[in-house]
Design a protein around this ligand. Structure first.
Ligand SMILES: Cc1cc2nc3c(=O)[nH]c(=O)nc-3n(C[C@H](O)[C@H](O)[C@H](O)COP(=O)(O)OP(=O)(O)OC[C@H]3O[C@@H](n4cnc5c(N)ncnc54)[C@H](O)[C@@H]3O)c2cc1C
Length: 446
């Protein structure tokens, strides 16, 4: 295999585009091979509702260090700072006994503060990581989030709302980490403690993009050479170079940066010759893809509170958290976010069945007549061959170092990037962005 000058990047999502852009900025041309016929990957903006709606990433998380916030600023992308404490929280305490949602939200926030206090810490996440993990014998990182919550429950004894608080925390983790808490490794808390501000339950500077996240990806893709409909099947490497085979072409390069989702690596859609080293295989063993799906419902009119950012329905079967577009965009649209096992149910149900279930849940908890939706879009990420889920999660037994191991270059020929390779921000768009830049930096140094 002879070494060529070119560099190939597999995948035109945020990580792939950021890697290609970095190389271009440093005078090195790369070609990007993308399986689909468009850029973006797990960033997808639709315009079916007359306004931009994101089916994948919608928030720019983290503080001012998030590089995508700077880009958003530069291109004047429309966005709103989310106030996660401004939520209507519908919890049904017992059959037919509906509590006031705003009062419930206030109670929930007070309760969560008590939960924090009960854990004798100003901040829940560092406390869970450093104190609970050691003192209650969870065995460091070899515990599930469910174990942590069970032990936390002991600290809440005596509080009437303890079961509701824990139900909320389960929902919070399931939606945030896209998995049932029983399957989520304790290492997930490392991620939360990295992204949550000290001393607070909720992030205070998360920006919800209302102008379409695709604009950031379009910005990154400017002047890059992207080849569409190129499904990479085989990657062969040795000390001289790399050969990348798609379904209809073979590309030779001096190095490759692979940015496909971790589910694609798991599925064996791409074979590596020689096999990936043990370090990488071990990393893949303890991380996989979680699942969050979105259901967008447009109604003829708004019949819920317009003043809240989020509407949460804690005890209902699908337990969606709705992003309130009546608040953000003044349109009668609710975007339901459903994570974990409930998201797997969404994959199996028809659009009609999902719509019926959502509407009857809304009717039950809001106690109003819910009109027939005028349009519904259901996004099922697991069924997508080139996504296979929403974002990576740590499994029980993970150490938290898996992203670092996966990102370790192989013979200075094969580099991995993508949201599963970000040590501090796995599963986030800006984590994917940084991982692409980091892989490109390492490659340039070789
Ligand atoms: C529902 C949902 C909500 C989310 N919400 C947020 C949020 O609010 N904020 C946030 O920061 N993050 C969020 N994320 C996560 C964020 O979208 C991802 O972390 C990020 O987009 C990952 O970028 P990536 O480049 O690593 O991977 P991807 O975007 O998946 O890009 C990988 C690319 O590789 C291509 N590909 C796959 N297989 C092949 C192959 N064999 N050959 C060639 N190309 C291939 C794919 O088509 C894709 O274009 C969300 C994700 C989902 C699904």
């Amino acid at each position: 295999m002879s070494a060529q000058d070119s560099i190939v990047i597999v995948g035109a999502g945020c990580a792939g585009l950021s890697a290609a852009r970095y190389l271009k900025q440093h005078g090195q041309q790369a070609i990007v091979l993308e399986a689909r016929d468009c850029i973006g990957g797990r960033v997808r903006t639709i315009h079916d509702f007359g306004i931009p709606v994101d089916l994948g990433a919608a928030w720019l998380h983290g503080g001012s260090g998030n590089p995508l916030k700077k880009i958003a600023q530069e291109i004047s992308l429309e966005r709103r700072v989310s106030d996660f404490s401004n939520l209507a929280f519908y919890g049904i305490q017992s059959e037919g006994d509906v509590i006031d949602p705003l009062k419930a939200a206030d109670n929930l926030l007070v309760g969560l503060q008590a939960l924090e206090k009960a854990m004798k810490s100003a901040s829940l996440w560092p406390y869970l990581r450093t104190v609970v993990g050691r003192s209650v014998g969870l065995g460091g990182s070899r515990a599930s989030i469910a174990d942590v919550l069970d032990r936390a429950a002991a600290n809440l004894k005596g509080r009437q709302d303890s079961s509701q608080l824990l139900a909320f925390m389960r929902m919070y983790f399931e939606d945030l980490d896209a998995s049932p808490v029983e399957e989520l490794g304790f290492a997930s808390l490392l991620v939360e403690s990295a992204t949550e501000p000290e001393g607070g339950m909720f992030p205070t500077d998360d920006q919800f993009v209302t102008g379409g996240m695709e604009k950031i990806l379009n910005y990154l893709a400017q002047d890059l050479e992207v080849h569409f409909n190129q499904v990479v099947k085989h990657i062969t490497y040795d000390q001289h170079g790399v050969e990348i085979q798609t379904q209809n072409e073979t590309f030779k390069a001096k190095a490759v940066i692979v940015t496909v989702p971790i589910s694609v690596l798991h599925s064996g859609q791409i074979t590596f010759k020689p096999d990936l080293p043990r370090l990488h295989q071990q990393a893949l063993r303890y991380m996989d893809m979680g699942l969050v799906n979105k259901v967008i419902l447009q109604f003829p009119r708004v019949f819920w509170s317009e003043s809240v950012d989020l509407v949460a329905m804690c005890n209902s079967p699908l337990r969606p958290i709705f992003i309130n577009y009546a608040h953000y965009k003044h349109v009668p649209v609710l975007i339901g976010i459903v994570g974990g096992q409930r998201a797997h149910r969404i994959e199996a149900l028809s659009d009609t069945a999902i719509t019926q279930e959502f509407c009857s849940e809304l009717q039950r908890v809001l106690q109003v007549t819910v009109p027939e939706p005028t349009k519904v879009v259901v996004q099922r990420w697991k069924q997508e061959e080139f996504a296979g889920g929403s974002y990576p999660r740590y499994l029980v037994g993970a150490t938290g170092l898996e992203p670092k191991h996966l990102a370790t270059p192989i013979q200075n020929r094969v580099f991995f990037a993508g949201d599963a390779t970000s040590l501090t921000e796995p599963g986030y768009l800006h984590g994917a962005f940084w991982s692409g830049e980091y892989a490109a930096q390492r490659l340039r140094k070789m």
